[in-house]
Design a protein. Sequence first.
Length: 110
Amino acid sequence: MNENEPIQEPAQKSPDEQPEEAWQPQLWSKLTLLLIVICFGIALVVANSSKVKISFLFTSINVSKIWLIMLCFVLGLLSGVLLSQVHRHRKAKRAQLERQAAQAETPSTP
């Protein structure tokens, strides 16, 4: 660089040239949806805060309905995941057996 050359500063954009980023509809729609889900969750907890008695074979316990709902949700989620894995495993095993049967049927020529 030469000492006599003027230093060029980066050109600043005028407000008219900057992209319009003030309004972000996707962000606001996600925030609105999140707020609705949170409000629904709070309403679910408040509406199901009463106690229920659960009887087992030798004992019984009193729990809030919301904990019973959450327990059922978790058990249903876990059983659904496990059943899908069993189905996937059986489907893969069946496809493997069909490939082996197809290979056994085709005569190999030397």
